[in-house]
Design a protein around this ligand. Structure first.
Ligand SMILES: [Cu+2]
Length: 143
């Protein structure tokens, strides 16, 4: 009886870990390092469309204060095979804000922005942001 109860508890703990993990993965920001870097991504228009879109990246530390960075590079990719990734570099606007005036989404669907933040001390933080691009195109230019 005691053994059964303990097994049941273990299953529940495992479930919480599994469910918690998948929620984390769906939030779109998956730190691959322990650096205190947060990236909030805003896109105009919203939702983003096929073609040029404006990206606004607000970098903060874990206390929410604007974060100093040396450079911010962005790679846009999709989950399916055979996709040519899109690369761009953000411009510093002051404080923790960086902007890409025309990030070119070449196709509609689920995109992953891989944001590489180069810190003043040379360390690099990588953050991911998922978004859904509305519209078609990119494969042959057909509307
Ligand atoms: Cu694609």
């Amino acid at each position: 009886m005691m053994h059964l109860a303990r097994t049941h508890l273990l299953v529940r703990v495992l479930l919480v870990i599994l469910v918690g993990g998948s929620i984390q993965a769906c939030r779109g920001e998956t730190p691959s390092d322990d650096l205190p870097v947060r990236v909030a991504v805003a896109v105009a228009p919203t939702p983003p469309i096929v073609g040029p879109n404006r990206l606004v990246l607000d970098l903060t530390d874990h206390d929410g204060a604007p974060l100093d960075a040396a450079a911010v590079h962005i790679e846009g990719t999709m989950t399916h095979a055979g996709m040519v990734p899109v690369f761009d570099t953000a411009s510093h606007q002051g404080g923790g804000r960086w902007i890409v005036p025309e990030f070119d989404f070449t196709m509609g669907g689920e995109w992953i922005l891989i944001i590489r933040v180069e810190l003043p001390d040379g360390q690099e933080a990588t953050r991911r942001h998922e978004l859904n691009v509305v519209g078609r195109g990119g494969t042959g230019g057909a509307p």
